[in-house]
Ligand binder design. Structure first.
Ligand code: SAM
Length: 207
């Protein structure tokens, strides 16, 4: 399947069950197609950004870890206390092969996460907050499980910010004094193809 068809197929999933099934099917060739052929850059950019903010001993949640690309970069940077969650078990199985995460949990970011408040020093979320995937309200949960003083880094396609309700959720978290924006920067998502696609990487400190 071409990447255009693959993404259409992914984005046209009618519910989370179908989305998980489709990612299960894509898991085997995901790294080859998205990283090698397209040069998906966001996992590396998020991992590098995190490394400037939080010590190597930090407990880090990779929310929507997929095949574990962010974890692979974090592992190479010296992080070893990594937890992966994802909707798709087959994507998590591919993440297991990276041998960098200590825990794997099948969880839905649209629901209450099965972690106590303030569980993680940092939370990263790459390529997950988007159409037909995890909704804007997931941010409330990601903030809840991050320790005060900890960091939350996520990518968001620029065209999803208003249309998916991220603006409202962001304003609510601002108004409630839950976090402080440290940086928001646009990045070309793919190095090799579709170079017009841009993701913002949002970097917050949780309060
Ligand atoms: C484009 S992949 C990104 C994977 C990885 N973070 C990366 O940057 O390569 C999106 C991942 O989000 C997961 N996902 C989508 N919706 C989700 C949800 N509601 N809860 C948890 N995971 C979700 C998918 O199963 C898939 O593994």
């Amino acid at each position: 399947m071409s990447k255009e068809d693959r993404l259409k197929w992914i984005y046209s999933s009618k519910d989370n069950e179908e989305l998980a099934e489709r990612y299960d099917e894509w898991a085997e060739s995901y790294d080859q197609e998205l990283e090698e052929d397209y040069g998906w850059q966001i996992p590396q950019l998020i991992a590098e950004e995190l490394s400037h903010l939080t010590p190597r001993s930090s407990r880090v949640l990779d929310a929507g870890a997929g095949t574990g690309l962010v974890g692979r970069y974090l592992g190479a940077l010296g992080y070893s206390d990594l937890v992966a969650i994802d909707l798709s078990n087959e994507m998590l199985n591919k993440a297991r092969e990276k041998s960098v995460y200590g825990e794997f949990h099948q969880m839905d970011l649209a629901e209450t996460l099965n972690f106590p408040d303030d569980s993680f020093d940092a939370v990263v979320c790459s390529g997950v907050l988007t159409f037909s995937h995890a909704p804007a309200k997931s941010l409330n949960e990601l903030v809840r499980v991050t320790k005060p003083g900890g960091h939350l880094l996520y990518s968001l396609r620029t065209d999803a910010y208003e249309s998916m309700g991220f603006e409202d959720i962001t304003r609510g978290l601002d108004a409630d004094g839950k976090w402080e924006l440290l940086e928001k920067k646009g990045h070309q998502s793919f190095a090799e193809k579709e170079q017009e696609v841009v993701h913002d990487i949002w970097v917050y400190q949780v309060l």
